[in-house]
Design a protein around this ligand. Sequence first.
Ligand code: ADP
Ligand code: ASP
Ligand code: MG
Length: 423
Amino acid sequence: MGLIVQKYGGSSVADAASIKRVAKRIAEAKRAGDDVVVVVSAMGDTTDELIELANQITPLPPSREMDILLTAGERISMSLLAMAIANLGVEAQSFTGQQAGVLTDDVHGRARIIDVRASRIRQALDGGAVAIVAGFQGVNEQTNDVTTLGRGGSDTTAVALAAALRADVCEIYTDVDGVFSADPRIVPSARKLDRITYEEMLDMAASGAKVLMLRCVEYARRNQVPIHVRSSFSGHVGTLVTDEVVEGESMEQPIISGVAHDRSEAKVTVVGVPDVPGTAAQIFEVVAAADVNIDMIVQNVSAAKTGLTDISFTLPAADGQKATAALAVAQDRIGFESVQYDDTIGKLSLIGAGMKSHPGVSAKLFGALRDAGINIEMISTSEIRVSVITRSDQLDDAVRAVHTAFGLDSSEGEAVVYGGTGR
Ligand code: ADP
Ligand code: ASP
Ligand code: MG
């Protein structure tokens, strides 16, 4: 007998009928003899709707109250799912993150899991029940306040529980059949990957492929938890995220595993920056002090006549106001001319462990974008990734062009998107 952790995303439990359908799947797994722990997300777009509701009350909701509000979404789905499973004659008990022993730091809105003390879950399993756990939430031990783990955080809850309970596998059930070579909502010819390494999945997630939350992949790699990403709407085998090499399988890594895209960033340009040592440090100290993470940075060559240069960087659009406001305060002290803000950008990233040892990947990427008439505004690279910034409204075309240029299009028909709104 084994232990499986199954996580069902919002689109898999969007309404009563979906909850009943998922309950059947869980009951089957339990009847097959395994211990089953289920992590569940809020129904459909509940989290987005709660955020919108809060914003109708106040433009800057206090983060503690926001967390209490958002954890309500997962409480609704966990209890309904437990009822649906019980209706099928299988015992089930639901638990909040706090009850399940998910302990976090005190950073509201993006708390990190510090420890999982899953004794109540163990008890429920030992008593023969399926344990349902509300994803995306935990509690801070010092303050006893509930916290949330950041958008998509139920994935991380699932992996953390799988690690704590030493589960055989963590199954992430979603609305597509696995991890694809690109988002199937944009590239219908994307191909499903049978396997992907943690390293590649980390870069895919960090580059915007929200099928798995970045932190969940980090957690899984650190604890060597194998993840099986698959659809709750079909019986197909999905994608295995693991570093284990299967005997008989080629050891060679694919040059390119996928193309990711991200529309959640914005670009800040600091114009007319004095080109003397120390100004870049001053600018980014201001941004760091505002608690904003930055992604790409480009500094132009300064004009010889003026001795001034421009520095552009990208950041999460959600932090745009914070960063530009902080820079405005520091403008006179640092001595730059102005700040420009642009949230109509998109980021395309090409990811593949094999590119480490293959020259010409960037050249081919830039060639594909040129042929599609798409202008590149910024570039950054890592060992296994090349990212470019384009206009937001050209991003989908860019992803499709690059996907085709690298021969990633599937010959097995279109990828299926079973549900969800893609929000
Ligand atoms: P859930 O509600 O189950 O957590 P998400 O919406 O968070 O689901 O993640 C699933 C979605 O991720 C898919 O519907 C798809 O549009 C998107 N996605 C982006 N990139 C990829 C990719 N490379 N492979 C599969 N899905 C992807
Ligand atoms: N409900 C949360 C969100 O929408 C967490 C999750 O679904 O993983 O981000
Ligand atoms: Mg998700």
